[in-house]
Design a protein around this ligand. Structure first.
Ligand SMILES: Nc1ncnc2c1ncn2[C@@H]1O[C@H](COP(=O)(O)OP(=O)(O)OP(=O)(O)O)[C@@H](O)[C@H]1O
Ligand SMILES: [Mg+2]
Length: 386
């Protein structure tokens, strides 16, 4: 089953584009499941009909569902999360663990478990997901890694009666968070389920994310960071959708300055996201109901099938090598002399001959200077100090 995640900053048009993508995919002959994992659901508002935690048909070949995130199960996970926070603080210095503690957002990942259920139905070709605003959400993709490190160590230590974790556990027990057995059961279940979800999300042969962005400075800056995180966690971002572009008529008159400003933001978008860019105009009205959202779908995808992969290989990669963080960027046909790298706050500015890329840096790299820049086989590697 193909999975397409629509995400982006709050209010940019994620829900509208999730519905538009679903309608477009159905028009191309796919059986589509439209899933909202944002706890502030608005699929129903967008489609102008009631949608709830049970799947309902909303259009020809499209079934929709809004996941009830705050069910009891999710509640128990939040207790586990508290535990983990305690443990991770002492347990790991992994790059990703640092990020996790800065941005907890487990609820979203729990909601994403619904993707497994959709897949298990075996009735759908495409699952389009209206995600919660970026920030906390997809950063949790590495959660299973942390869980695994914890599980391996924890169970191992338990079995061997090692002393290492004992004092820590005792301290946590003292807080009486939840009973021990219950914790283990919940923990194992959580681990298995989330690992499965993660496998789906990181599977580049079936899943891709699309970032919705508005051509304004604040939105572009935040989205740049989300893009960096998606790269960091290995999610394939196969498109950026620039939503609400002022039309050509706005070049004259009251909105002309706005439009000019937008043009420069669109240039910044092109410099920031080395992926296919799609465009949608600002309509003179809200987008409510199937007809309007089908129009939006046409504006964005035209004759293309929205379920297509618009990109399969990630042009930007972030990973850890020993104690160093490394950022890799594809830079084909560029000579080393044509490359310069400079840090500007939380953005890395990479000049490649006459083009430039603005790459937001994850929190774990902030304040660290660039130690080495190398170019080999068309791949630029930037090594940060440990
Ligand atoms: N291109 C557009 N032209 C005109 N109105 C739009 C456009 N895109 C979205 N809208 C309207 O903007 C509002 C917000 O859009 P939407 O609900 O899709 O955003 P969202 O990113 O899902 O928001 P949230 O973060 O609250 O979930 C809606 O009323 C929608 O109809
Ligand atoms: Mg929404």
């Amino acid at each position: 089953m193909r999975v397409i995640l629509l995400t982006g900053k709050g209010g940019v048009g994620k829900t509208s584009h999730a519905v538009a993508t679903a309608l477009g995919a159905a028009r191309c002959g796919h059986r589509v499941f439209l899933l909202s994992t944002d706890s502030a659901h608005s699929l129903g508002d967008s489609l102008g009909c009631r949608i709830g935690p049970r799947p309902v048909p909303v259009a020809d070949q499209v079934v929709a569902q809004e996941v009830g995130v705050l069910d009891e199960l999710a509640y128990s996970w939040s207790e586990i999360q508290e535990w983990l926070r305690e443990l991770l603080r002492e347990e790991t210095d992994e790059l990703v663990a640092e990020e996790l503690l800065v941005f907890p957002g487990l609820e979203e990942l729990i909601a994403l478990r619904a993707i497994r259920q959709v897949e298990a139905m075996r009735e759908f070709d495409v699952c389009v997901v209206d995600c919660a605003p970026t920030g906390s959400t997809l950063r949790m993709l590495r959660f299973p890694d942390v869980l695994r490190i914890f599980m391996e160590n924890f169970f191992d230590f338990e079995r061997r009666g090692a002393r290492l974790l004992r004092p820590l556990l005792e301290r946590i027990h003292a807080k009486n968070l939840i009973p021990r057995e219950q914790f283990f059961d919940a923990f194992e279940r959580l681990y298995r389920e989330i690992e499965e979800v993660r496998r789906i999300l990181l599977d580049r042969t079936r899943t891709s994310a699309r970032l919705v962005v508005n051509p304004t400075r604040v939105v572009v800056e935040e989205t740049r960071r989300s893009f960096a995180y998606l790269c960091l966690y290995g999610v394939n971002t196969d498109g950026v959708i620039v939503n609400r572009e002022l039309p050509a008529q706005a070049a004259e008159g009251y909105f002309s300055r706005w439009r000019e400003k937008e043009r420069s933001e669109i240039a910044a978008i092109e410099a920031s996201f080395p992926v296919p860019i799609f465009h949608a105009p600002l309509y003179p009205h809200e987008l409510i109901g199937k007809a309007m959202l089908a129009t939006l779908s046409n504006a964005v995808y035209g004759d293309r099938d929205p379920a297509e992969f618009f990109l399969t290989h990630s042009p930007l990669r972030l990973f850890k090598r020993g104690a160093h963080t490394v950022l890799e960027l594809d830079a084909p046909n560029i000579a080393r002399d044509d490359v310069s790298v400079a840090q500007n706050g939380d953005v890395l500015v990479v000049h490649l001959r006459d083009a430039h890329r603005l790459i937001a840096l994850p929190d774990s790299v902030l304040g660290k200077s660039v130690e080495e820049v190398s170019l080999r086989d068309g791949v630029l590697a930037v090594l940060f100090e440990a």
